[in-house]
Every structure is written in structure tokens, then in C-alpha cells.
Design a protein around this ligand. Sequence first.
Ligand code: SF4
Ligand code: SF4
Length: 270
Amino acid sequence: MSELENLKKTILEQYPRLDKDSEFQFSCHPGVSCFNHCCADVNIFLTPYDVLRLKNHLKIDSQEFLDKYTQLVTDRNQQLPAVQLRMTDTETKHCHFVDFEKGCAVYQNRPWSCRMYPVGQASPRETENSSGQKFYFILHEDVCHGFEAGKKWTIGEWVKDQGVDEYDKFGELLKEITFHDFFDRGKVLTPQKVEMFFLACYNPDRFRDFIFGTTFLKRFDMDDKMLEKLKTDDDELLKFSFDWVKFSLFGEKTIKIREEVLAQANQKIK
Ligand code: SF4
Ligand code: SF4
């Protein structure tokens, strides 16, 4: 079992399960002796919404962002790829976005897990000993001195202060895919479907090309207003990408096939 899987197991089995009213004491600011120490040699998983916010912050194309700043790992299903922030190839293995004097250079658009730290969130569905509800926990790591003489927070206050609401909204949509019962039924995705999942969820600029630059619009019946939004609104594009993934991976009726395409397909079957 990898170090990361061991940590997940320990969290699920041994960490106190906290809720939004649970209290903790914490302060993080440039005056702490450990300032920026947590931004090196660390596993940071990026959600599709994290990728969107970061690539827009950097004003670069999603393919360029993925190539320069990420690496792929496999998620809980051992089928879908998951994206991690790649650290620099230096001795310190620090994050590409850390500014050693000022802190995080992408602060307004930093990833979900950087916002939440030292609070984490776990889903008991990740273990066979599942007892239901997701829960919060606090990570106490030696590197972090923010607990000493820190301000008092409830977890609910911390979550609000760190601006994670929008991130959570998209996180829930992603979980509908990664926790889909398709996987619980032991079904296996083809490599083409895995590629489609990755394109739609993590590479929004290429996914937009897929919609507007292929035969997509000849095959699927799309509302004109929605199409206009998909051209420029990245949040709408991401919501649509989750619908597309449910359609193309699991056969859900989240996207409408054009009548004439269906008729042609029926003709061929006859
Ligand atoms: S994104 Fe920002 S907060 Fe997160 S590890 Fe990098 S520098 Fe640190
Ligand atoms: S180690 Fe903890 S206190 Fe220090 S900079 Fe990171 S989050 Fe803040």
C-alpha cells in the first residue's frame, strides 16, 4: 500500500470525525516560522474546477497547464485518472507557484486542498467499513506551527473564510462520476472512455474544441442559448462536461441525440 493510501486508511479508521461546529485553533500568516514550508514535496490532488481556476489565473491553455504543472495518478476505482500538482524537480521539490517572500502566487485561485488545509474532508464510501456520512478532520503535521497561539475557528467558519463553496459545488458533481455505481458493479471502462473522461473534465479548452470543431453538433441536439454559453462560460462548460461524461461513460440520458441520427442508427440495425 502506498504512503498516500496508508494515510487515507488511517484517517478513515482512526481520526476523530468532525463536523462544521467542531472547533480548532489555527493561524497562518507570513510571520509564522514555517511560512511556505507546507508548499513543498506535497501531494495535492487537483479537481477539474481547480484546473480551470488555475489555468485561467495563469492565462494559459488547459493543455499547456496540464503539461507544465501536473502529473497523472489513478483514482480509487483504479480506472479513472486523477490529476496531481507536480512539484519542481529541485532538491526542495517545492510547488511551482510558491513565492518564498509573499506566499502563494496563485492565492485567489489556489486549489481546494490548499484552501482547506489543515482541515481535510473524507468520504467513508472510500472504505468497505463505510458508515455513511462524509466528515471533516484536522491534519496535525510536524511541519505546521499554525496551531500554536492561533485564532479559534469552527470548521464551518474556516470553510466559509477560505471560499470553498464554489469548489465544493463542482466537487459534488465530480463525485457523482467517481463514485458512480458503474464501478461498484465491477464494470470496466474502455481506454477510449477513460480518455474522454480526462478530456471533458480536465482539459476544458480541448473539450470546447471537441464540441465546436468536430461533428458533435451534427450528432447531438443542443439548445442554442446553451451553445452560446458554452463558447465563453467556463463554469457552464464544466457543468456540461459532467453531463457529457455521464452520457458517454455510463449511458445516462443527460445529452440528447438528434432524431435523424437515431433514425439512421435504427435503419442500420434493421
Ligand atoms: S498552490 Fe499555493 S498554497 Fe498550494 S502548494 Fe502551491 S504555493 Fe502552496
Ligand atoms: S505550515 Fe501551516 S502555518 Fe506554516 S505556512 Fe503552511 S499552513 Fe501556514
